[in-house]
Design a protein around this ligand. Structure first.
Ligand SMILES: Cc1cc2nc3c(=O)[nH]c(=O)nc-3n(C[C@H](O)[C@H](O)[C@H](O)COP(=O)(O)OP(=O)(O)OC[C@H]3O[C@@H](n4cnc5c(N)ncnc54)[C@H](O)[C@@H]3O)c2cc1C
Length: 411
């Protein structure tokens, strides 16, 4: 028999919204409350296209109250402290919220303040970013005014959310500059702390090849020490310097400060969880999902989606007094825009590298894995519609959360 419980979800982003809406439907006996920092919910994958004029900011933002099922309680405020032993959450304005079960879905945030010199008078000017709507909008102006020189795309440290996004930005910048007749006048450089273009060896080879084909210089193993905005130079701990005219950086990403402050996080404020059940390793009544969790897979909306489904099934187990029986496999599914109206598609999990083959149907597709295709690009564009209308309301997308091996082959 199910008993009434208070479920508190921290964060009304991708994962928090999906979990709240799904639990409300699947466990009607539970009272679901979501804490949202403000009324804005952004479709973050759309930020990538804003600098190139392909998405307008207003297409990417909706109101949180419109995205939650009626019956889900919304509390707007800043979470200031979690007290897991007392089962209490304190908000910055002094309000207190008690819970029986807590889901942390506070995501990850770009932190330019963590790299010396990154924030300064040139922030959102010659030092741009596209990981916030404000940054992506400012970068559109910088790119429109760019007349050639050194355009450097830079990743500060891993993990970042959507680890393919800076590569996608680089490919789209190559296209954008080519279309404007500026590519020959521009040196394009991709600077990464990794030893290759990407984290996964198979994908790294393919993506490294795609950079080389486009005459984009790859600077690897670059651990940035400082951004010198006066000299327009990035310097690394091992003494290398990378000059730029326009720098597009992905700052260090960190989980929410409140997680660190509450003693719930690791050194980057991510919540340690069992990677299969999503339950906190410290507190039985606390779960984390989406970018807030320390899962050893990509921080991505697709991961948030697949993990949210498993989490909700485990919460049903909890509601019915059973041991948690559902296991998340780390499934990630990432479209990689490669320019010229094409995209690659990567599908992997904790144990399996990206494979070749077809997706979602074995042998049929229609999407092809690890290959550039027009359909993959159209799939990426169509996803925004599915996000607002299927994913966030917590409706089934028709894709199993676990990675299927059918129709897929190693490279
Ligand atoms: C440029 C870019 C491109 C991307 N492209 C893709 C893509 O193509 N495919 C893909 O799968 N993923 C992509 N992503 C990643 C995807 O958007 C995230 O992984 C996803 O949004 C994670 O969901 P989340 O709920 O964990 O975090 P979020 O959606 O970021 O939500 C976290 C929420 O918590 C709130 N919060 C944080 N702290 C507090 C607090 N103290 N009090 C109250 N509220 C708080 C925040 O305001 C936010 O609303 C991209 C991201 C970016 C930035």
């Amino acid at each position: 028999m199910r008993t009434e419980r208070r479920l508190l979800v921290l964060g009304a982003g991708t994962a928090g919204t999906m979990v709240a809406n799904k639990v409300h439907r699947k466990i009607p006996e539970w009272h679901v409350t979501v804490v949202a920092r403000d009324d804005d919910h952004d479709y973050q994958p759309g930020y990538l296209f804003v600098p190139f004029g392909a998405n307008r900011p207003e297409q990417l933002r909706r109101r949180v109250p419109d995205l939650l099922a009626s019956g889900v309680e919304l509390v707007t405020g800043e979470v200031d402290l979690v007290e897991p032993v007392q089962h209490l959450v304190r908000l910055a304005d002094g309000r207190e919220l008690a819970y029986d079960v807590l889901v942390v879905a506070t995501g990850t945030t770009p932190r330019p303040d963590q790299t010396p010199g990154m924030l300064g008078p040139e922030w959102h000017r010659s030092v741009g970013e596209f990981y916030t709507l404000e940054g992506a909008t400012a970068l559109a102006d910088q790119l429109a005014a760019f007349r050639g020189g050194r355009l450097v795309v830079h990743v500060t440290e891993m993990p970042i959310k959507c680890p393919v996004a800076p590569l996608e930005f680089t490919f789209l910048a190559h296209d954008f500059l080519t279309r404007r007749g500026l590519r020959d006048a521009t040196e394009l450089v991709y600077v990464t702390p990794l030893d290759g273009a990407f984290t996964k060896p198979v994908a790294s080879r393919r993506l490294g090849h795609a950079l080389a084909e486009r005459d984009i210089h790859l600077e690897t193993d670059f651990v940035v020490e400082e951004v010198d905005q006066d000299r327009r130079v990035l310097s690394s701990y091992d003494g290398r310097e990378v000059p730029y005219d326009l720098l597009v950086t992905v700052p260090l990403n960190m989980g929410a400060d409140v997680i660190g402050r509450s003693g719930l996080g690791d050194e980057l404020n991510y919540v340690p969880v069992d990677k299969h059940t999503l339950r906190s390793t410290e507190h039985d009544d606390v779960f984390a999902v989406g970018d807030a969790a320390d899962l050893p897979t990509s921080k991505a909306g697709s991961v948030a989606h697949f993990a949210a489904e498993v989490l909700v099934d485990n919460l049903v187990d909890l509601a019915e007094g059973r041991p948690l029986s559902h296991s998340f496999d780390g499934h990630a599914n990432c479209f990689v825009e490669s320019g010229h109206g094409k995209a690659l598609l990567l599908d992997f999990n904790y144990d399996t590298e990206p494979l070749t083959g077809t997706f979602p149907l074995p042998g049929v597709g229609p999407l092809r894995l690890l290959e550039e295709s027009r359909l993959n690009h159209l799939g990426k564009l169509a996803f925004r519609h599915a996000y607002w209308n299927v994913l966030l309301p917590g409706r089934p997308l028709g894709l199993p959360s676990a990675m299927s091996m059918a129709g897929k082959h190693p490279e």
